[in-house]
Design a protein around this ligand. Structure first.
Ligand SMILES: [Zn+2]
Length: 139
């Protein structure tokens, strides 16, 4: 039984494992922080938030100071998808932003499946349009 958690994360409730929704790569135990299974890029925050005034003239440029701000990007090791981005302080361990009650999810999934033919629908099938998309041409 797989359930979608975020745009790029799902959990296999039978195996209790995080998975990448794009490529199915195993990202670790569902009871642990999924970020432990991802690649981390500790990016200089000034690359994203560039100084608004000349840094050669001013100490404070309205850009985040990397001594106080860490910008961490988490990528799937299987397909390279950017799964999550977080701002924190340098040296801080990965922030645990998702902590689910796996036992409760398993119980609810089993109950739902029992009422709907014994299985959960494929999570990816739930996000497809129920009917064909409108097609039009520019000519
Ligand atoms: Zn992936």
């Amino acid at each position: 039984m797989k359930i979608c958690i975020t745009e790029y994360l799902s959990i296999d409730l039978d195996r209790e494992r995080w998975e990448c929704r794009r490529c199915g790569h195993d990202l670790g135990a569902a009871r642990d922080n999924y970020k432990r299974g991802l690649l981390v890029y500790d990016r200089d925050p000034r690359e994203i938030h560039q100084p608004l005034i000349d840094p050669t003239k001013y100490a404070y440029t309205f850009a985040p100071d990397p001594a106080y701000t860490a910008l961490l990007e988490y990528y799937c090791p299987g397909c390279g998808t950017l799964v999550e981005t977080e701002y924190t302080v340098p040296g801080h361990p990965p922030v645990r932003d998702i902590e689910l009650d796996i036992d409760s999810l398993q119980e609810k999934a089993r109950a739902w499946a029992a009422d709907h033919g014994g299985t959960l629908p494929d999570p990816e099938s739930l996000h497809r349009p129920a009917h064909a998309r409108h097609q039009h041409k520019h000519s």
